[in-house]
Design a protein around this ligand. Structure first.
Ligand SMILES: [Fe+2]
Ligand SMILES: [Fe+2]
Length: 191
């Protein structure tokens, strides 16, 4: 069930042209812009990989381009995990798993954040459970990798620019390879 790195590249090549939830970018452009911001901010390969792959769950179903328009939460933050678990460790998987809850957290802590969200992001927020209450926000904050998920969330929100020039997929595959090797140090030694 787990994808290989080659499968991930193939998936982006086959389905990365799909529109990103009502935004002026494709899924691949959104992934690359997210990973680019992570790299620019000095994140490690595990978190850059999380940024690149955070929405790959959208490419693992056939609900159409914008499920939230149909009142559907595609639970993409969970859908991708079984496919990635064989390759990456928690430093990559947990920020991906938590990136939707990070939006619910930021809306609770920063009211201006909610207003800054795109229309689709506000629509999907309701489907995803809405803004955290105080206790939910505190529980989220205490989770391992919660702050990495918040960083990822801000890159995610900033990765919706039309026609932005960023490095291509091949550049970021190197980070995927590094993150996978960090997760499996014995494989790296054998290589
Ligand atoms: Fe997402
Ligand atoms: Fe995203």
């Amino acid at each position: 069930m787990s994808l290989t790195l080659e499968d991930i590249v193939t998936l982006f090549e086959a389905k990365g042209h799909e529109q990103y939830d009502g935004e002026p970018v494709t899924q691949l452009e959104h992934a690359l812009q997210s990973a680019h911001q992570a790299e620019q901010e000095g994140a490690g390969s595990a978190l850059i990989s999380a940024a690149l792959l955070h929405d790959i769950g959208h490419l693992l179903h056939d609900f159409g381009d914008t499920p939230s328009m149909k009142g559907l939460d595609d639970v993409h933050q969970y859908r991708c995990l079984p496919f990635l678990r064989g390759l990456f460790g928690p430093a990559t998987l947990e920020p991906i798993r938590l990136h939707v809850d990070a939006k619910r957290f930021l809306c609770a802590r920063e009211p201006a954040y909610h207003d800054s969200l795109s229309a689709d992001s506000q629509r999907s927020l309701k489907l995803q459970g809405g803004i955290f209450d105080t206790a939910q926000a505190a529980a989220f904050e205490a989770l391992p990798f919660a702050m990495d998920a918040v960083r990822l969330r801000r890159w995610d929100d900033g990765a919706k620019a039309a026609d932005l020039a960023v490095p291509g997929l091949a550049h970021f595959v190197r980070h995927l390879e590094r993150a996978a090797a960090e997760h499996r140090p014995t494989a790296r030694q054998a290589a």
